[in-house]
Design a protein around this ligand. Sequence first.
Ligand SMILES: [Zn+2]
Length: 167
Amino acid sequence: MPKHSTKKKQHLSYSPYRPYQRKVVADEADSRPLVVHLTKTVYQEIISHCQKELPFEACGLLSGSKGLVKGVWKMRNLHRSPYSFSMDLDETEKVFTKMERQQQQFMGIYHSHPTGIAYPSREDILYNNCHDVVHFIVSLASKKAVVKAFKFEGFKVIPYQIRVTGD
Ligand SMILES: [Zn+2]
């Protein structure tokens, strides 16, 4: 662990080379199960968006309130690639404004791995700039989509359980 990481305060700014909020996540892991809740509609919408974008990776943002993800914001993959994704910053800013207007919180990011497993790639972790939200990865490598959720603690990957509730 680099020495400078431990004293860093909680800022949303990031450097891909600097581990972030190591302690906060570790405390959470000790005290309660790591679970993320989504509605059924959200869960299905994520999968169908990812399938629709094949053979390219799809990406999007997720919003919600009171610990439940309720909103899917489909984003354009600027890379238009089967192996990576990138979102337009202006587009994401606009979405964040809309979320706020709807009194929703930014809760997660999703993207697909058209031929890869539902686990973050090295680049996913390295170029991640959203450290306080859950990352959903949808693998479309086999017939049935596989969805997994994670948070990144620096370069460490912390799995989250997905609970689909209500509609
Ligand atoms: Zn990825």
